[in-house]
Design a protein around this ligand. Structure first.
Ligand SMILES: [Zn+2]
Length: 172
């Protein structure tokens, strides 16, 4: 089944929807068609462009509570499949809590990073400044584009220009 990429008013990718739902958004004036496919949608009397990428007319703020659950796959993709301490992309990757859970650290995107097994072992139960380790960059919740890339069965060519600026690490 064909899917449609939904962009925020800012052009940031938000999610994926069906052609039917995308058409309804466009028909109601809530979104505009940015990319269309050749074959139009036909009713008995009229033809509409078949949406492939749409853009919401009004900016939608994505609430923090809607943030996706942490999975290893999404975490490793966010971090470009590299250890966030030493930068290696070889060996076994693990999920590391920057502030260990035993020291009060939460399981939130801002406190988990991809770590190679040796760095994870070396760090153990300690805080970074106790062991002179540093993060290559501060961990943040991934953009919705990352999840679109991870969950769509395949990324149509027409979507790529809209996803690429927001999912650089996933392409690494
Ligand atoms: Zn490492």
């Amino acid at each position: 089944m064909q899917q449609v990429l939904v962009l925020n008013a800012s052009y940031e990718p938000l999610n994926v929807t069906t052609v039917r739902r995308a058409h309804v958004l466009v028909f109601k004036g809530k979104a505009e068609v940015i990319e269309e496919l050749d074959q139009p949608l036909r009713s008995a009397t009229v033809a509409f462009p078949r949406p492939h990428v749409i853009r919401l007319v009004q900016y939608v703020r994505v609430p923090r509570t809607l943030q996706r659950k942490i999975s290893r796959r999404a975490l490793f993709a966010r971090d470009g499949w590299r250890c966030m301490y030493c930068g290696t992309n070889g060996g076994k990757l693990t999920l590391d809590h920057v502030v260990p859970r035993s020291r009060g650290g939460d399981s939130v995107w801002e406190n988990v990073v991809t770590s190679c097994a040796p760095c994870n072992l070396r760090k153990g139960n300690r805080l970074l400044d106790e062991i002179s380790m540093a993060l290559r960059k501060p961990p943040r919740p991934p953009a919705p584009a990352l999840f679109i890339r991870l969950t769509a069965p395949s990324i149509p060519n027409g979507w790529r220009p809209y996803l690429e600026p927001y999912a650089a690490t996933a392409a690494a």
